[in-house]
Design a binder for this molecule. Structure first.
Ligand SMILES: Nc1nc(=O)n([C@H]2C[C@H](O)[C@@H](COP(=O)(O)O)O2)cc1CO
Ligand SMILES: [Zn+2]
Length: 162
């Protein structure tokens, strides 16, 4: 009888991989973020990436980071990957779920994460560590009992033919 494959991807690699694949859908020229929400028993519940709300054209709204008028920057329009993943879920409660995200959540997403009942956040990059937003997220997560920890990258890279 054949033995089982041994080089299959781990749960963590699977969920962070799905989060990063989702991020490839982002139209943001500077930062693409992907998110994958998973139940306590490792079922994928939802996914999301940073983008504009439905009906707001990717070609008509700005993708600029800076501008004299904030209305001409992306920041007032984009929905973050984490909020999109929470809002994309149509199945009921996210109580006790885990959230995999390629970039540490901002303070606004932290509020939504806490209020939706998600209890664990696994992030890859934390390139905005030390900012007011990240500090506020950590303070709220700590107070609300939401655990957060960095994803431990493995040696694996995956090439998918599409
Ligand atoms: N956790 C996050 N999830 C996200 O989806 N985003 C999105 C919002 C913007 O579209 C982009 C950040 O743009 P920039 O400031 O790095 O050019 O990533 C940002 C963060 C960081 O807090
Ligand atoms: Zn956010």
């Amino acid at each position: 009888m054949a033995n089982k494959r041994e080089d299959y991807i781990s749960w963590d690699e699977y969920f962070m991989g799905v989060a990063k694949l989702s991020g490839l859908r982002s139209k943001d020229p500077n930062t693409q973020v992907g998110c994958c929400i998973v139940s306590q028993d490792n079922k994928i519940l939802s996914m999301g990436y940073n983008g504009l709300p439905s009906g707001c054209s990717d070609d008509e709204f700005p993708w600029q980071r800076e501008g004299e008028d904030p209305l001409n920057t992306k920041y007032v329009y984009t929905v973050h990957s984490e909020l999109n993943a929470i809002l994309n879920y149509r199945g009921g409660s996210l109580e006790g779920a885990k959230l995999y995200v390629s970039l540490f959540p901002c303070n606004e997403c932290a509020k939504a994460i806490i209020q939706s009942g998600i209890k664990e956040v696994i992030y890859d990059s934390n390139k905005y560590d030390g900012t007011t937003s990240v500090q506020a997220s950590m303070r709220m997560f700590d107070a609300a009992g939401v655990r957060y920890h960095a994803y431990h990258r493995t040696e694996r890279t995956v090439m998918i033919e599409l």
